[in-house]
Every structure is written in C-alpha cells, then in structure tokens.
Design a protein around this ligand. Structure first.
Ligand code: SF4
Length: 229
C-alpha cells in the first residue's frame, strides 16, 4: 500500500509502525468491540439517520431509542409518519434536527427515488450530511474503504503517530484524512474503524488517556514524550 502523499511538510509513517498499530488495535478490538444495534444495521437509510443523531448525542441515548428508529425503513416513512420523528427528536433532545431530516428525506425521494445514494459525493450534498457522516455511511453501510475522521480517530493519530495538524480544525485537514485512510488494514477495514472509535472512547480518551494500560504504548509518540517530561 502506498504511503499517503502528505504534502510539503515532511511527515512519514514507518510502515512497521503501521503494521504494529494494526496488529495491536485488532487484538484489542476483538475483545472490546461495543455491541450497538446500528453496527448490525442493514437498512442504509436508518444507518444514515443514526449517524445524524449520534453526531450530537451519546450512544446510550440512541441505543435506548433504537426501537423507535427501527420503525423507519425509508424516507417515505419519515414524510408519512412525522409522529415517529417527533418522538425520536423529543426523546433525544434534538428537536432542531427535525426540519433537516424532513428536508433530507424529501431530497432523497425527489432526487434518488427514495433510495440512499451509494457514493460520497451525492451523500455529502444531502441536507445535514457533512464529511464525517458521508464517510461513515460509506464505511459502515457500503463497506467501502473510507476515512472515519472524528475526534477519537484524530486523537489516536495525533497521539500514536505524532502527526500534528496545522489546521484550526484537524478534521478539515486533508492530510489527517489521508493518514486515517492509510492506517486502515487491507482487509476488514469496516470493523477496524469501529475498533478505532471504541479505542478512542475507552483508552485513548480525551479527558484522561489510559497510557499505562494501553496496548500501543511501546511505540506511541505521545507516551514517549510524556515519559521524558
Ligand atoms: S499510549 Fe496513551 S496516548 Fe498513546 S495511544 Fe495509548 S492511550 Fe493514547
């Protein structure tokens, strides 16, 4: 696999470090993968809705209202059964998302005959769908190799590989995107992205990194620096 072209600023990842990372995250992930119902989801429109809700609320809340989400199969259900959407947004405290979800559903019905588009460029043009959600749907729904760039994956890349983005928002950094794509394994990358999200939520945590018990510490740039401080 070709190393990412990460521009003029010299930053490269030792391929052996990448292999170590993949091996360790895989081992960790096999015993720690979280069991959320949307991770088994085959309905892509429901998966999109779930990602939209997850962006602004915690996973437990979405897990609790998942039986409600299960009543929605297509954008037509949103347009015909607004009461279900009302119930979901009031239970999650996300009432402001209602209008966007109605517009999004209308867009999918009008422009794609009610079927969720299967490519990044169409997805990202939908109302309320940004870069993260479009990539998450491509990665988790269509099982394409896509960079799931969120606060967790960014923190892991910054910590372990030592890449510091010069952008104000690291998620807007094209290089960050390329690195996250590059560190995915060649096979089983969908589940690997889930491992990364869970690892960032449980071990390489923003409030307190659990370095002493971390499987990556032997080669982690952040841990190396912290030791010498
Ligand atoms: S050693 Fe610490 S900083 Fe490095 S990946 Fe693990 S938890 Fe994160």
């Amino acid at each position: 696999m070709t190393e990412p072209n990460i521009g003029q600023k010299p930053f490269s990842i030792d391929p052996s470090k990448r292999r170590y990372f993949i091996k360790k995250i895989r081992e960790w992930g096999k015993s720690n993968l979280k069991n959320y119902p949307w991770r088994e989801e085959k309905n892509l429109f429901r998966l999109l809705l779930t990602e939209i809700f997850l962006q602004k609320t915690d996973s437990l809340k979405i897990k609790n209202i998942y039986p409600l989400l299960k009543q929605i199969e297509t954008p037509f259900d949103i347009l015909n059964r607004e009461d279900i959407l009302d119930h979901i947004v009031s239970r999650t405290g996300l009432s402001y998302k209602k209008g966007r979800i109605l517009r999004l559903s209308r867009q999918i019905v009008d422009s794609f005959n009610g079927k969720l588009p299967g490519n990044y460029s169409d997805l990202v043009r939908l109302t309320g769908v940004g870069d993260y959600i479009a990539n998450a749907v491509m990665a988790f729904g269509y099982e394409e190799k896509a960079a799931v760039v969120d606060t967790n994956t960014i923190r892991i890349v910054q910590s372990f590989f030592g890449y510091c983005s010069s952008k104000k928002r690291a998620r807007d950094d094209r290089r960050m995107n390329e690195i996250i794509l590059w560190i995915l394994p060649c096979r089983q990358y969908t589940v690997f992205s889930y491992y990364l999200l869970d690892f960032g939520a449980d071990v390489c945590v923003s409030s307190k990194r659990l370095c002493h018990e971390c499987v990556l510490k032997r080669k982690c740039a952040y841990y190396e620096t912290a030791k010498t401080r």
